[in-house]
Write a protein that binds this ligand. Structure first.
Ligand code: MV4
Length: 492
């Protein structure tokens, strides 16, 4: 087993990885930029090293600095977390060449799955259903026209180097095809340094269902069931849950089997996720494979009891999977809310500032994965996600009730948060009966007038955080403590 792991990341996921290291008796090494001097991951790791300025390109995304630091501190492995270097083939290759172990998949798996057209080709060759469309980049407008006519409009134009919805464009009319392709190519070139785009049939109102897989370096594969992530805003997931309450046992059986086939198709090892679009005609279509640990991994941990980060570390250390498929059972239901420092009523603009007060929810079935603490700072440089609030219940209803109870206990002051927004989601009839699809927030929330949506939220659960923040800022002089009772106060 490794003696020392360098964590090439920050925030809540770095803190999460430190926890796994501690449980395994492995020394954890944090890295941090100027802006992260006071960050929680720096405080909890066994060792912490400054790696440069706040801009990610000069710190968290500086390959040479991170690898040479890992060598200097004699780390025997690097965990990339998610984002940053987690799916960067050049980084993985250089880590491997340095003799340090990368905790994640091979360069080849990441390369094949990173190019979305090559991923589609590999999946098709291995009988994994893909969305109808092209498996090579578009080479001419006339070719694109013919394909669009064959599969029928509307279609999606997607960037080969994209993923997660970046560089995606819907085309409804054939007259718009040429200009849409031109624009998609330009955007893709700017965003990814590659202008290749391909075509997919547009799937109407799908659900996003993804399957967690684990595999070792000896060809053993298991799945840990699915997560439902259909509540998204601008391709950012907002609420995730496991298992999905929109699929039958037969559909679960089918999609998990397809996911294992997909992982085998690229000789995958370590933790990975296969994303599917699930349409209204009972089809699962391969969308992409995420070759990393995902933000929403805790809901899978909560329903299976498996610690995915520890499993990742064991696999990278060359151990065989100690779990077989029969060991993995779904127990209960889990939901995750991504708590962001943002202003919901100002188009979800990031809310920057110092964390003046932070008190976490607790009690039965509650977990918080956080990257912040009192006196840490939400800066402009990084994603403003503060924490992930995760609940577990014997069934979905209990998980939802616990989530609402925990949201009410969550106190944070210094930045605006989206905490109250979750009551609106968790009390919505489409969420409650699981009939929501990918269009849910766009159709149901975005048309609402700012601030008016709060009137539809059950007052019993309203969060005290905003008022508490105002209270702290005034040192208790102007606001009396009874104002903290929010049950008939509309200014929260
Ligand atoms: C699609 C689609 C419809 N048809 N592809 C891909 C990445 C994901 N973040 C959004 N993606 C979509 N790809 C085809 N061919 C619709 C979406 C989509 C979506 C999918 C699942 C959950 C939420 C979504 C929100 C907007 C668009």
């Amino acid at each position: 087993m490794f003696k020392k792991i360098l964590i090439a990341n920050r925030g809540e996921i770095a803190v999460r990885i430190v926890k796994a290291c501690k449980e395994m008796g492995i020394v954890s090494v944090a890295v941090y930029s100027d802006a992260d001097v006071n960050s929680l991951h720096v405080r909890v790791a066994d060792e912490a090293y400054h790696i440069g300025p706040s801009k990610t390109a000069e710190s968290y995304l500086n390959i040479n600095k991170i690898i040479s630091l890992a060598k200097n501190v004699e780390a025997d492995a690097i965990h990339p977390g998610y984002g940053f270097f987690s799916e960067n083939a050049e980084f993985i290759r250089k880590v491997n060449e340095s003799g340090i172990k990368f905790i994640g998949p091979s360069v080849e798996s990441v390369t094949f799955m990173g190019d979305k057209t090559s991923a589609r080709r590999i999946m098709r060759e291995n009988n994994v259903p893909i969305v109808p469309g092209t498996t090579e980049p578009i080479s001419s407008i006339s070719e694109a026209k013919k394909i669009a006519e064959d599969i029928g409009l509307p279609i999606m134009i997607k960037a080969s180097a994209g993923g997660g919805g970046k560089g995606m464009r819907k085309v409804d009319n054939i007259e718009d095809l040429e200009s849409s392709i031109e624009r998609a190519k330009n955007e893709s070139l700017k965003a990814f340094g590659n202008s290749d785009v391909y075509i997919e049939k547009f799937i109407e109102n799908p659900k996003h269902i993804e399957v967690q897989v684990l595999s070792d370096e000896y060809g053993n594969y298991i799945h840990l069931f699915e997560r439902e992530c259909s509540v998204q805003r601008r391709h950012q997931k907002v609420v995730e849950e496991a298992p999905s309450s929109s699929i039958t046992i037969e559909q679960r059986h089918r999609v998990t089997n397809i996911a294992i086939q997909a992982a085998k198709a690229c000789n995958y090892y370590n933790a990975g996720t296969i994303e599917f679009l699930f349409d209204q005609k009972d089809n699962f279509y391969f969308l992409e494979m995420n070759t990393r640990l995902q933000v929403e991994h805790p809901v899978t941990e909560m329903i299976t009891g498996v610690d995915l980060v520890k499993e990742q570390i064991k696999i990278a250390a060359g151990q065989k999977l100690s779990l077989s498929q029969n060991d993995i059972q779904i127990i209960g239901h889990s939901i995750e809310c991504r708590i962001y420092a943002e202003d919901v009523d100002n188009n979800f603009a990031p809310s920057i500032g110092d964390i003046l007060h932070h008190r976490l929810p607790s009690g039965p079935g509650v977990r918080v994965d956080r990257g912040i603490d009192v006196l840490s700072e939400v800066s402009i440089y990084y994603d403003p996600m503060l924490s992930k609030l995760i609940t577990w219940g014997n069934d979905r209803e209990e998980a939802i009730q616990r989530m609402k109870r925990a949201l009410g206990e969550y106190q944070i002051a210094g930045v605006k948060t989206n905490i109250n927004f979750f009551y609106w989601i968790l009390e919505h009839s489409l969420f409650l009966d699981s009939s929501f699809n990918n269009n849910f927030l766009e159709a149901e929330f975005m048309p609402l007038v700012p601030d008016k949506w709060r009137e539809n939220v059950n007052a019993d659960y309203k969060n005290v955080a905003a008022i508490l923040g105002a209270y702290l800022k005034t040192n208790g002089k102007t606001l009396k403590s009874e104002k903290l009772n929010t049950s008939n106060n509309s200014s929260w």
